[in-house]
Ligand binder design. Structure first.
Ligand code: ADP
Ligand code: MG
Length: 311
């Protein structure tokens, strides 16, 4: 069960209310917080540190554990099938909860299609690859299409209206708004059985609001906080977070791949898993995992059809 922040020693009603206003509802939220961020709310960093320590102790997260226990905890990770057998195999069974999966690729490579598909797949019962749960969809590029959800749902034997009903949708109008929506997502997750949070795309607003080298430091700082928030949410609420990212051309590369993911090292270090999509002939797409702590390197292909993504 989720313990209310006010269960923590030294947190009264007033501080409790302040914390909740800023998106820290539970002891778990505090355990995964950064001291700097908390200090902004409760006044000083030392006190913030103490409260975080206390929260971690309460949840048994404060010290060394055996690798066996790590293994036991990893067994609690749940997976959402992508609906594409080859892609599931590549991902080790599907998209993981408690992790951030980044999908990167050029325009038209199928990132948004995959997000739509996952928002449907998560709703399927467990014996059919889903988690019998709902999805939250944060759309920054206005490319979410309910009609597409209905098509995919129908193809998977779900009632299309019910499938739409199970997706909480928000359009993000700026990077600030996008970050606020992540806070609001937490309160939805607390009230509903949500197992997937999509942010499509994670980077678009940041790139357009902070153009050029002169804004790079500020952009990366903000993006860093955003990605850290997403990782904490995934971990604290046992949710799969899927974010999409754009690719940039590197003008100085003559051999090998001239494209690289946008967002620089922030996304490289923030995302748990990185999936690269690229176009092949017609409706065929190729997916590859890169930078993974344990997935083998390799490529698989799938098709984008009326029914969604298929082998
Ligand atoms: P990205 O988000 O990476 O820019 P998308 O996920 O929007 O790319 O993928 C666009 C591709 O999906 C296009 O090639 C388009 O033809 C295909 N697509 C979209 N809807 C359908 C559909 N209903 N049937 C078949 N293909 C579709
Ligand atoms: Mg897209």
């Amino acid at each position: 069960a989720d313990l209310d922040v006010e269960e923590l020693e030294g947190i009264g009603r007033v501080t409790g209310a302040k914390l909740k206003e800023r998106g820290y509802y539970t002891v778990r939220d505090i355990a995964f917080a950064s001291a700097k961020e908390l200090a902004e709310i409760i006044g000083n960093e030392e006190r913030a540190q103490q409260i975080i320590e206390a929260a971690r102790k309460m949840l048994g997260l404060h010290s060394f554990i055996s690798a066996l226990e790590v293994y036991e905890r990893r067994k609690m990770i749940r997976r959402i099938s992508t609906g594409v057998r080859a892609l599931d195999e590549l991902l080790g069974g599907g998209v993981e909860t408690r992790a951030v999966t980044e999908v990167v690729g050029e325009f038209g490579s199928g990132k948004t299609q995959l997000c739509h598909q996952l928002a449907v797949m998560v709703q399927l019962p467990e014996d059919r690859g889903g988690l019998g749960a709902k999805a939250i969809y944060i759309d920054t590029e206005n490319t979410f299409r309910p009609e597409r959800i209905m098509q995919i749902a129908k193809a998977r034997g779900l009632d299309p209206d019910q499938a739409l009903h199970n997706i909480f949708y928000a359009r993000a109008y700026s990077s600030d708004h996008q970050m606020i929506l992540v806070d609001q997502a937490k309160s939805i997750i607390k009230q509903h059985n949500v197992a997937l949070l999509v942010v499509d795309s994670v980077i678009a607003h940041f790139r357009s609001e902070f153009p050029g080298r002169e804004n790079l430091a500020e952009r990366q700082q903000k993006l860093n906080k955003h990605v850290a928030d997403l990782l904490r949410l995934a971990d604290a609420y046992d949710v799969a977070v899927v974010i999409t990212n754009q690719v940039m051309a590197q003008p100085d590369v003559f051999f090998g791949n001239p494209l690289r993911p946008a967002g620089g090292n922030i996304l490289a270090h923030g995302a748990t898993y990185r999936l690269w999509l690229r176009k092949s002939k017609e409706n065929i797409r190729i997916a590859k995992i890169f930078d993974s702590p344990y997935h083998p390197e390799g490529e698989v292909s799938f098709r984008i059809t009326e029914e969604g993504l298929v082998d």
